[in-house]
Design a protein around this ligand. Structure first.
Ligand code: ADP
Ligand code: ASP
Ligand code: MG
Length: 835
């Protein structure tokens, strides 16, 4: 192979890479490591400088009232924020330079700012900021940084020379976004850079054939570097772009936490990602190097040995279905629709012609297949212009009503999913939109690029971050599905749930690729949030130490404001207030998991509203645990219904306490003594009347009835009293027991009469024919209710299919472990319905 005689390293360092003395130290070492071969080092302005220069110029144009005190020896005040900019450059020079070098640098900085001041003042006087003047003002950022860095390199012993890019990069006269005149520029570069030195050149700037200063558009230093590289063609082996992240990541790491470096990618994918907002590479950068087939490597100045990205033509296909996701935060869309569009050939070309003549560039276009509507996205600053263009060029159509009045819709973002594997893989769009829909992101428009290597969606700007994260999760992270859990209630069930999640987290992650991230936690006093996940093991103490005072409304609004994808809200309280928030939460597209019976056994209208909304919108509302704890009662009923079966009757023992009492009522022990025993064993509430009133069982019966489609209110559930009225009037628990003892003989008579026929007493809920009731029944030996042990619950379902032999679901229906376990299962269920 050929040995190139004129070999050149081309390195570009962005604003943050030269933004501080510490960063510049890194740059010096990176360049030093290139050894003795010649280099062109292209630098951006120090970070923030271009913005500040624009601010100074615009401020002056608008009246320039923000001024600072006159500098010593000067009479007029200096436009904001030039003095602090000057200081920043001087401080950088002082940090590295001494003696003559420092004097020379300070003189250069002084001269530059003197010129800048007079330029900015002239803007203030003329109250006008023509693009050519702004370009001149902006050019100082790169001119100063390149000059100062060249001096620093020399002070550090590198053989460096300052190169004014305006002498070699020739452009047309489109100030603000000038086009590089390639051939002319290439030969100037080759003629100029002939020595074996390190040329330090400012990016972003150039000049016209008349020598007027131009800039290449914001972010244009990347393009400058690409032009230097292309000038040397095969004389350079790679264009190195040094920035503040580890190359091109699967998404902007500032938005998506789990984003990772893309090791290599073809030019076309890089082009597509940068076109759709991946700022790490300025979009036009690719063209010059692509033509010369020069690879680009993107590296991190602050982690030189870390991961980086190589963009080249030989990149292999990605392992994942898509390569990356990028986004443009601010766009407007304009919809053009009307009967005039259908069948009218040439409409689109007229439309796009009208826009092109006004210099409006289109970011994305979609056309409905009905040909009745065309929708396109533009930069917000172009929106008004675009609307005017349409209004003018389609005056006639608008007047005769075949076209509707065009209007710009603002406050939108575009998300683009990029990857060449898309071309031959079906279902990618489906996955994107499932992820978005699942997270409640409203998609306003969709487009697939003609290259078929991107799918883009227009979404409200407020949903951008959530959308990016949801899609990222759907395609990357080796299939791990995470749920961002917001938990309220840390009593017995909530606390046990937390323990179970902690204990299972490794298994869930490794084996089932499910990650439960605790994003919010509250008990009745305190609450805490962390979108990166609260440490599970120490969650309780973190809540105690760092929590803020708990307030339900604030908790809910904070949960919503994080706008995280894949959220679940879990209510482990018994509070009615929390239950009444489900509606608002579901409307925010956040699934709800709850063991709290209050919502489902409260007002029928509310029950219908939330369950109906959940069904219609597909936002999970899961409450398996409200009936018989972890036993699969609700889900079984639902499966029967969905598979076309019809429930005819449900009979059930729904109270563990009552189950225990009657299962033990076999003669020999008085009824009141059994209740005492149950209380001693901890099977009852502190006041056993809270079990004996059968209210809890009745609420569960009501939930079952509603689950079968019966429109019942709680007051319509018929409850046969278990103990006499007088028991409830007793002033204390002891007084209650004394009262209950009076009935012992009556209970015994009833038991003995049943036993005579081989039967035993059971307190059973019945849901049938639109009614729900609970009563004490004498059950024969072969009854399923006779098989109950201890505090078991049982649900017996008779349906059209389960007719001769009913479906029986039996087991412990209470207890912290099984209840929390059921809640946990519902949370996992939510994770599994995620993409
Ligand atoms: P420089 O000043 O070095 O030119 P920029 O700020 O222009 O740097 O570009 C780097 C930034 O681009 C990163 O800090 C990152 O926030 C953003 N960015 C957006 N999308 C991506 C992506 N897909 N990969 C890496 N960085 C990205
Ligand atoms: N300094 C310019 C800007 O901020 C160019 C660049 O950094 O690429 O846009
Ligand atoms: Mg940049």
């Amino acid at each position: 192979p050929l040995r190139y005689t004129a070999f050149m390293h081309i390195l570009k360092f962005g604003g943050t890479s030269v933004g501080s003395p510490q960063a510049i130290e890194q740059v010096v070492e990176i360049v030093r490591a290139k050894g003795t071969e010649p280099c062109v080092v292209v630098v951006s302005a120090f970070s923030g400088v271009t913005d500040a220069l624009i601010e100074a110029a615009v401020d002056s144009e608008q009246g320039g009232d923000r001024q600072e005190l006159p500098a010593a020896g000067s009479l007029s005040p200096i436009p904001y924020p030039l003095p602090s900019l000057k200081t920043r450059h001087e401080e950088c020079a002082r940090y590295f330079l001494t003696g003559e070098r420092l004097d020379a640098a300070l003189a250069e900085i002084g001269a530059a700012f003197a010129e800048l001041e007079s330029l900015v003042k002239s803007v203030a006087i003329l109250k006008a900021l023509p693009p050519r003047t702004l370009d001149m003002i902006m050019s100082f950022g790169e001119r100063l940084s390149a000059f100062i860095i060249a001096q620093i390199f020399r002070a550090k012993g590198l053989n460096a020379e300052y190169l004014d890019s305006r002498d070699v990069i020739k452009t047309d006269t489109s100030f603000g976004a000038a086009k590089v005149l390639r051939e002319q520029t290439y030969s100037k570069i080759k003629d100029t850079c002939k020595k074996n030195v390190i040329y330090v050149a400012g990016g972003f700037i150039g000049s016209t054939e008349n020598g007027e200063t131009t800039t290449l558009g914001r972010g244009g230093s990347d393009l400058s570097a690409a032009v230097y590289a292309a000038a040397f063609g095969r004389g350079t082996d790679v264009l190195e772009i040094w920035t503040d992240v580890n190359g091109v990541l699967s998404a902007d790491p500032k938005i998506v936490h789990g984003a990772f470096t893309i090791k290599e990618m073809p030019y076309i994918e890089a082009m597509e990602m940068s076109h759709f907002g991946a700022k790490v590479l300025h979009p036009p950068t690719i063209q010059p190097v692509l033509e010369k087939n020069i690879p680009i490597r993107i590296l991190n100045t602050f982690d030189p040995a870390g991961a980086s990205t190589l963009i080249h033509s030989g990149a292999s296909e990605s392992d994942t279905l898509v390569r990356g996701i990028s986004s443009i935060s601010d766009v407007s869309i304009i919809r053009v629709q009307g009967t005039g569009l259908s069948g009218a050939t040439g409409f689109a070309s007229r439309l796009f012609g009208a826009l092109a003549r006004r210099g409006v560039s289109l970011i994305l276009i979609t056309q409905a297949s009905s040909e009745y509507s065309i929708c396109f996205a533009v930069k917000p600053e172009d929106a008004e212009n675009a609307v005017q263009a349409i209004k003018e060029d389609f005056r006639i159509e608008l007047k005769e009503g075949s076209l509707e009045e065009p209007e710009a819709e603002n406050g939108l973002s575009i998300i683009a999913v990029v990857g060449s594997r898309m071309k031959h893989t079906a279902g990618i769009a489906g996955r994107v939109f499932h992820a978005l829909g699942r997270s409640g992101v409203n998609v306003i428009a969709i487009a697939q690029g003609s290259s078929e290597i991107n799918i883009s969606a227009v979404v409200p700007k407020t949903e951008r971050s959530k959308a990016m994260n949801a899609i990222h999760e759907a395609f990357f992270l080796s299939g791990v599905r995470s749920v961002n859990l917001f938990l309220v209630g840390l009593g017995l069930i909530g606390g046990t749930l937390l323990e179970q999640i902690t204990a299972q987290s490794t298994l869930l992650a490794d084996k089932y690729k499910i990650r439960v991230r605790l994003a919010g936690l509250a008990n009745s006093r305190k609450m805490i949030f962390d979108e990166n996940g609260i440490d599970l093991i120490n969650a309780k103490s973190i809540l105690e130490i760092k929590g803020e005072p708990y307030q339900l409304k604030t908790y809910i609004s904070k949960m919503k404001s994080y706008n995280l994808p894949n959220i679940a809200f879990c209510d482990c309280t018994a509070s009615e207030d929390v239950a009444l928030m489900y509606k608002e939460i579901l409307h925010a597209h956040i699934p709800v998991v709850t063991p709290n019976k209050k919502a489902n056994s409260g007002a029928l209208a509310y029950y219908n509203e939330i369950t109906g909304f959940s069904r219609d919108k597909g936002i999970p509302y899961l409450y398996e645990v409200t009936v018989c704890a972890g036993l699969p009662v609700i889900s079984s009923l639902r499966d029967l219904y969905l598979s076309g079966d019809r429930v005819l009757k449900i009979e059930a023992v729904l109270s563990g306490t009552l189950s225990f009492i009657f299962n033990s009522f076999t003669g020999g022990t008085a009824f009141s003594a059994l209740v005492r025993d149950a209380k001693a064993k901890g099977y009852t509430e502190p006041d056993p009347r809270d079990d004996l009133n059968a209210m809890d069982a009745a609420r569960k019966a009501l939930i079952l009835a509603r689950e079968c489609g019966m429109p019942l209110e709680f007051s319509q559930v018929k409850i046969e009293p278990i103990v006499p009225e007088a028991c409830f009037k007793a002033a204390s628990v002891e007084a209650f027991f004394a009262e209950l003892e009076k009935s012992d003989a009556g209970y015994e008579r009833r038991r003995a009469a049943a036993a005579q026929e081989g039967k035993a007493l059971r307190y059973i809920a019945t849901v049938e024919a639109g009614k729900a009731s609970l009563s004490l029944r004498a059950e024969p030996p072969d009854s399923p209710f006779r098989s109950l042990r201890d505090a078991d619950n049982i649900v017996v379902i008779t349906s059209e299919r389960y007719n001769k032999l009913p479906m029986v679901i039996k087991g412990p229906g209470a207890g912290a472990q099984v209840t929390a376990g059921g809640v946990f299962a519902d949370i996992v269920r939510i994770a599994r319905t995620l993409v």
